[in-house]
Design a protein around this ligand. Structure first.
Ligand SMILES: Nc1ncnc2c1ncn2[C@@H]1O[C@H](COP(=O)(O)OP(=O)(O)OP(=O)(O)O)[C@@H](O)[C@H]1O
Length: 396
């Protein structure tokens, strides 16, 4: 969709901002460009909508060289979101969002209807915010208007230059999550510039890690974190990259353990048989609808035996009377980080994993650790030996 072929940009003062850059972004893919200040990310991005012209090389959009495209027509196909959103201060939020469709010749009413839809899409109720002016919004809300406005002409391509850079970390994480969800629906082709590796990891289908003037590694987040291609990348992604990996490694069905499963309405003696048969110390309890209710410890069934019978009597009552509540669950495919955080939040030694409504099994801390190891090992096997050695030698 977007293809850079040996692109170099040298500014008039001799600064080489981008040096012989070649890479490709697939249709519907979100690529984050990450790297320290001054490494050429913004220059790369602005060459795509021809705010900056390359010194040499070619950039193709859908197979056509953009150098021969009319810049105005080109920019119509490319949404652009920047940190300083650049909203018109004397126009309402709705008018700001409707500007582009209106400029494209849509009747005013239609442009405003479309703008209202887009505000809704980015989480701003148009009946509440539509008539406000930009200075009556929070920083996060202004950024949302910026995203809505960039989407207004329904461009297939979005360029985003530190769009969430000016808001506080909590709002920022919120915007990132929302944008990711939005992108899953819209499937735009996105180039997203950031200097924040966390943001790059959270959002990118692939990450381009910039060194000076060029890309040092271009891979999915899990690979960049698990197998940095060079010592520079290892250093840039940080010593805690194992922790960052939790965000990009999904819980899989194979990671789960299978404790016995009993229903609220089952008799305790039946529950005991199940646990005894599998030599388990506890069972997962589901309600009649198959939803997670909690768990049943084995010792409850021990306690409820009639001692008069010399320990041979069956446990009395039903699971319902003895089950303990535990409602921590996750959808399969959720990142390990979410699993870990759910465990902490519920102070739980395990959490249930569901596929839709179906109970799949439980994740324990030991299995979470194994899942993390599995993904690191998979990447370590894939990386060149030399890179691993360099990366693990202190001071290398
Ligand atoms: N108009 C210009 N004239 C000369 N040099 C420039 C110009 N614009 C950018 N540069 C230089 O080109 C290099 C790359 O700049 P660029 O803005 O692309 O980097 P960046 O990675 O986006 O940085 P930041 O994260 O700080 O925005 C820098 O050394 C910068 O000083």
């Amino acid at each position: 969709m977007i293809r850079f072929e040996h692109v170099t940009k040298r500014y008039a003062d001799g600064t080489t901002a981008v040096d012989d850059l070649s890479f490709e972004v697939a249709e519907g893919e979100l690529v984050t460009l990450v790297g320290p200040s001054g490494c050429g990310k913004t220059t790369t991005m602005k060459m795509v909508n021809r705010l900056i012209e390359p010194t040499s090389g070619r950039i193709l959009l859908d197979g056509a060289d953009i150098a021969s495209a009319d810049p105005v027509e080109l920019r119509r196909r490319i949404g652009y979101v920047i940190q300083q959103v650049g909203l018109f201060p004397h126009r309402t939020v709705l008018d700001n969002t409707a500007t582009v469709p209106h400029l494209l010749g849509r009747p005013r009413k239609q442009a405003r209807d479309r703008a209202a839809e887009l505000l809704e899409l980015v989480g701003l109720d148009p009946s509440v915010y539509g008539d406000r002016y930009p200075d009556q919004l929070s920083g996060g809300q202004r950024q949302r208007v910026g995203v809505a406005r960039a989407l207004a002409a329904d461009p297939p391509v979005l360029l985003m230059d530190e769009p969430f850079g000016a808001v506080d970390p909590v709002v920022r994480e919120h915007l990132q999550t929302e944008f990711r969800t939005l992108q899953e629906r819209l499937r735009k082709t996105v180039l997203f510039v950031t200097h924040d590796i966390e943001e790059a990891v959270r959002l990118g289908d692939r990450i381009a890690v910039y060194g000076q003037g060029g890309i040092e590694q271009f891979d999915p987040p899990a690979t960049v974190l698990g197998a940095p291609a060079t010592p520079y990348v290892a250093d840039f992604v940080g010593a805690d990259r194992g922790l960052k990996r939790l965000s990009v490694t999904p819980v899989e069905a194979g990671d789960l353990v299978q404790p016995p499963v009993v229903r609220l309405g089952d008799s305790l003696s039946r529950a005991e048989e199940r646990m005894a048969a599998e030599d388990a110390r506890w069972a997962v309890v589901l309600d009649a609808a198959g939803d997670l209710h909690g768990w049943l410890p084995r010792d409850v069934t021990d306690d409820s035996r009639s001692t008069a019978g010399g320990g041979t009597a069956a446990a009395a009552g039903t699971v319902r009377e003895h089950a303990r509540r535990m409602e921590a669950w996750l959808p399969v495919g959720a990142p390990l980080k979410q699993a870990f955080s759910t465990m902490l939040q519920h102070d739980a030694g395990w959490i249930a994993v569901l596929d839709g409504d179906r109970f799949l099994g439980v994740l324990t801390p030991a299995r979470l650790h194994e899942a993390l190891r599995r993904s690191i090992d998979a990447d370590a096997n894939a990386v060149a030996r030399e890179a691993v050695t360099l990366e693990t030698v202190p001071g290398a």
